[in-house]
Write a new protein. Structure first.
Length: 113
């Protein structure tokens, strides 16, 4: 079952937040030791107990979204998302991020799409 998400975007910044998940604070962390261009946010209370429940993902600029990083993102067991106001139903995060890269302009250049 997909989680309901919401999108925030502003001057190249892009974020997806899962509004179905009740959490007090989101804590930034990475899923592994690589220097990811995406910021992953997990439920702060659960993270204290070594439970990684993703509550959102942020990208400082859509120009950082590449096919290579989207392929790496797809290797993780991440929740799927419904964002009806943007036409997404049971979509992967990589689908949403790919759409963002093609839809919104970078703060440095025009949109690629």
């Amino acid at each position: 079952m997909a989680l309901t998400g919401e999108i925030t975007e502003f001057e190249g910044f892009f974020a997806v937040r899962f509004i179905d998940r009740n959490y007090k604070s989101g804590v930034g962390d990475f899923p592994d030791d690589r220097d990811w261009p995406f910021d992953f946010f997990y439920d702060g209370d659960k993270l204290e107990h070594d439970e990684y429940e993703l509550v959102g993902i942020e990208i400082l600029d859509v120009s950082l979204i590449t096919e290579d990083w989207l392929a790496e993102l797809d290797k993780f067991d991440l929740p799927r998302v419904d964002i009806p106001e943007f036409g997404f139903a049971d979509a992967s995060l990589s689908e949403v991020l790919r759409w963002a890269r093609m839809t919104y302009p970078s703060r440095y250049e025009e949109a690629a799409g």
